[in-house]
Design a protein. Structure first.
Length: 88
C-alpha cells in the first residue's frame, strides 16, 4: 500500500497550492469544520527532516521553502526564530 512520506519537499511539486488545498480539505473533513473558515498557518520548526519521527499532529510537514531577499534567524532554545535582511 502506498503511503505519504513524513515530509514533502514542496519546491519540487508542479502545483504546490493543490497540495496545500488538499491539506485544508482533509483537515476540514476530519474536524468537521466549514471549508470557508479554513486558512493556512506556517510554523517554522526547529529541527531537520531526519529528526522527524512520524506524521505531524495537525497538517503536514513540508521542506524546501526558499526565501528571497531575507534569511531565517534561528531563535534561542526557548524563543521562536524570525526573518532578517539577507546576508550578502
Amino acid at each position: 500500500m502506498w503511503q505519504m512520506p513524513k515530509s514533502i519537499k514542496i519546491s519540487l511539486l508542479f502545483n504546490p497550492m493543490s497540495f496545500l488545498t488538499a491539506i485544508i480539505q482533509s483537515t476540514a473533513r476530519e474536524k468537521n469544520l466549514p471549508l470557508d473558515d479554513m486558512c493556512i498557518q506556517t510554523n517554522v520548526m526547529p529541527f531537520f527532516i531526519d529528526d522527524i519521527a512520524g506524521k505531524a499532529e495537525e497538517g503536514w510537514y513540508i521542506h524546501g521553502l526558499y526565501i528571497e531577499g531575507a534569511t531565517w534567524e534561528l531563535g534561542q532554545t526557548d524563543q521562536e526564530g524570525y526573518l532578517i535582511p539577507s546576508i550578502l
